[in-house]
Write a protein that binds this ligand. Structure first.
Ligand SMILES: C[S@@+](CC[C@H](N)C(=O)[O-])C[C@H]1O[C@@H](n2cnc3c(N)ncnc32)[C@H](O)[C@@H]1O
Length: 251
């Protein structure tokens, strides 16, 4: 494993202890009905109607997986390099009685059979941890079956630029949209090296790997807020904060 990736993994093993400490809260969330965003459910409706086998890259706490099975997935295989995150997600899936299985492994290079997924699902803080976006896209294409889909719901690549000021949106003086990387300074990835992929680089990597783009939508709403009660001006509708992407592997 690359040295920087290995360092990031240490940060994630530590950060993922949150999933263990807050196990009961997350279990209650898993028993509720709101693991996926309404727009995700809409964009995935047709795919989920066919009871897909889903491979979730960087599955984290696994709540998305619970939502995917409840929305129609036959099974979810979550892949994450944090054994703490995968262990807590596996226990939770068992507790709620859903078919989600977890593999501890690095992305890309996941130990999942070629062409075994009807849907490769990822996002919500995932792509910033990919050191090589082209290798990631190639691995997605390898894992997806012909006709299978990739779905990404992710923070917009411009997000590292926004300050969390409440009076008006500002751009952080220490950040650039075109920088290659920066050190994360917020929970949960605090201290880890994030890679910055522009929207153009992400879409180009997906197209170059052989997927056909079907949907790319940008949203003002962030997928995550550091505290529920904090209202940054950058999140109030004028700037992009998240996006969704749906692509298909040709038959
Ligand atoms: C912010 S979480 C997002 C995941 C999930 N969607 C969620 O909401 O919990 C990022 C996850 O990516 C995992 N991760 C980061 N880099 C990885 C890599 N190179 N290979 C595998 N997992 C990785 C971390 O362990 C963490 O669980």
């Amino acid at each position: 494993m690359d040295e920087v990736v290995a360092g990031n993994r240490v940060v994630w093993e530590q950060a993922s202890t949150k999933h263990v400490h807050e196990y009961e809260d997350l279990l209650a969330e898993a028993r509720g009905d709101e693991q996926l965003f309404p727009r995700e459910r809409e964009l995935l409706e047709a795919v989920l109607a066919d009871a897909p086998v889903v491979v979730h890259l960087q599955s984290g706490h696994g709540l998305d997986d619970v939502g995917l099975v409840k929305a129609g997935a036959r099974r979810v295989i979550g892949v994450d390099y944090s054994s703490v995150a995968a262990g807590a997600a596996q226990r939770r899936a068992r507790d709620v009685g859903l078919d989600c299985r977890y593999v501890v492994a690095e992305v890309p290079g996941v130990p999942v059979k070629d062409a075994s997924a009807d849907l490769v699902y990822t996002g919500k803080g995932a792509l910033i941890w990919m050191r090589d976006i082209d290798a990631w896209a190639r691995d997605v294409v390898r894992v997806a079956r012909p006709g299978g889909h990739l779905f990404v719901y992710e923070a917009h690549p411009a997000v590292p630029l926004w300050t969390w000021d409440t009076d008006e949106p500002r751009i952080r003086p220490d950040r650039s949209y075109f920088a290659a990387s920066h050190i994360n300074d917020t929970f949960p990835g605090n201290g880890a090296q994030e890679w910055q992929w522009t929207l153009g680089q992400i879409v180009t990597a997906i197209a170059a790997a052989g997927l056909r783009l079907k949907v790319l939508e940008e949203y003002a709403e962030p997928f995550w807020r550091p505290q529920d009660d904090h209202r940054a001006a950058a999140w109030e509708g004028r700037l992009p904060n998240s996006y969704a992407l749906l692509a298909q592997k040709p038959l």
